[in-house]
Structures are given as structure tokens and as C-alpha cells.
Design a binder for this molecule. Sequence first.
Ligand code: HEC
Length: 279
Amino acid sequence: MKKYLSKRNILLTLLLAFIAMQFFRIDTTNPPVELEKDFIQLTQPPAEIAANLKTMCYDCHSHESRYPWYTNIAPFSWRIKSHIDNGRKHLNFSLWGDYPEKRAAHKLDECVDMTTKHWMPTLDYKLMHGRMSDQEYKEMATFFKSAKTSKVISHNFDYLLGSWKRTDDEEGNQTYESWRKDSDTKYIGQSYTLNGTDTISQEYMTISKPSEMWMLGVQIPSEPTETMFSLKTMDANSFEFESQENEFPNLIRYEAKEGRLDAAISGGDMVIPFTFEKI
Ligand code: HEC
């Protein structure tokens, strides 16, 4: 009887301890993501490898950690949190753009090593998320190797600079657009459409980075304020800005190609394409 009671007491104590642990919750807020510093944005891996990086590495090595339900149960949550803190400290794909060249090269070496030996992700992560196939490991390792030798892509909007003329205008119209760089975090653009000698429309644009996020402001002379769009995607020669609030457009997309800019503004089912030629 005595033995039974003490066993019950132990269980009860454990249960109470488990419940008490639940009050020590982990912080699951992620630091902001700055796309232009992100490893995947900067190195442009093939889609399958990018997807594997996101699901197999980014939970601990980026500011895009996901927290499924079991990550909130102590004491597991504490272990997971410590892996995330520690993982980010050793290698943070969200801050890749901040790594000096030497550190980036060294980290890529370590990534090649970790993926060649199948040492990452950690064992408990594999238990919960499944593992990558040998082939997937091999492809990821090969990508890390090639990322090391490829030149670093600079992430800015310099390809916009200069003057452009639209080549797909409506009959009788002539549209011009020009961009200049005010500082590393501010680009100023202007566009206008002529019909004969009349200016039939005009637009001012700024691409700037008031805080972590790049923003695009568009203003027409008859409106008192700019319409703001926030950066959605960006790579070495293209970008998309979006706005949930604005009726039209919701999305503004530019892509630079040899002496050409392909742009499109879209919203709902409507897409208006613009093609510009350098002048
Ligand atoms: C569950 C969290 C977690 C996941 C998921 C994860 N890692 Fe890690 N990783 C860590 C931790 C924690 C460390 C630090 C290990 C230590 O303390 O030595 C680490 C260390 C590393 C290091 C060594 C960095 C250094 O400075 O020594 C590399 C490289 C690495 N991870 C790559 C990856 C890659 C590539 C993936 C995806 C295939 C991945 N990791 C997935 C938690 C994780």
C-alpha cells in the first residue's frame, strides 16, 4: 500500500511539474525578413532545392522558423528554441547578405560538409519532419559547392537607371520613363505619356527603404499622397511590389533584360504589360 501511494505521488508530482512547465513559454516571434539579404533570393537555387532549404534548414537557420503545435509543449519547446537560437547564431540564411565574403565562403564549406555527411538537420528534427533522400542531399551539397564559386549577385535596382521609352504604346502616344539613384536606399523615377505635344499622364515613383522593407511609392500629380506598395519578391534583375489595399494595381512587376525592361501592372483579372527600350 505504502509503495503504491509513493508511486502515485511520484506520478502526481511529475504531472504537476509538467503542467507547471507549460507556463514557461518560448518566444515564437521571428525577427523581420529582409528579402535582399536572404540566401535563396541571393543565390537563386533551383526550385526543388529552394523548397528543401525552406522545409529542412530554414526552421533553425533563418528568421522564417515555423512553430507547429508540438513546438509549444515544454520541455520540448525549450530544446527546440535552443536549437533555433543556436542554429541562427552559427548560420543565418536570413542575414546572408550581411556576411562578409570570407565568412560566406566558409559557411558554404560547412554546408557542403553537413549535407555530404547527412549531419543536418538534427536527429530530432528528422524524426518529426522526415528526411531528405540521398539524391536530395547530393543535389543540395552540389548546389552549396556551386554557390561558392558563382559570383555574388548584387541586390539593388541599378538596372532601372537611365531613360526608357515604351515600345508598346497605344497609337499616337509616347511614354517615357526615367530613373536615377538618390542613395543606396533611394531610387527616384518619373514617367509621362505624350500625345502629340500634350502630356496626358504623369507619374512619380520612389523605391526606398525607410526601415527593413523596400517600398515603392507611386504618385500622380492630381493626388495628394503616394500609393504605397511593399516588396514581394526580388532577384538580380527583377522585382515585384504589391499592395493589398489598392484597388488597381495590386502588383507591379519589372524585369530587366538586355537593354529592355518588361513591366506589368496587374490586379484582379487585368494585366497591363509595358515594354521599355533604353534610350
Ligand atoms: C532543428 C534545427 C536545425 C535544422 C532544421 C538544421 N540545423 Fe544546422 N544547426 C543547428 C544547430 C543547433 C547548429 C549548431 C550546432 C552546434 O552547436 O555545433 C547547426 C549547425 C549547422 C552548421 C554548422 C555551422 C557552424 O558554424 O559550425 C551548418 C553548416 C548547418 N547547421 C547547416 C544546416 C543545413 C544545410 C540544414 C538543412 C539541410 C540545417 N543545418 C538544418 C540546427 C539545425
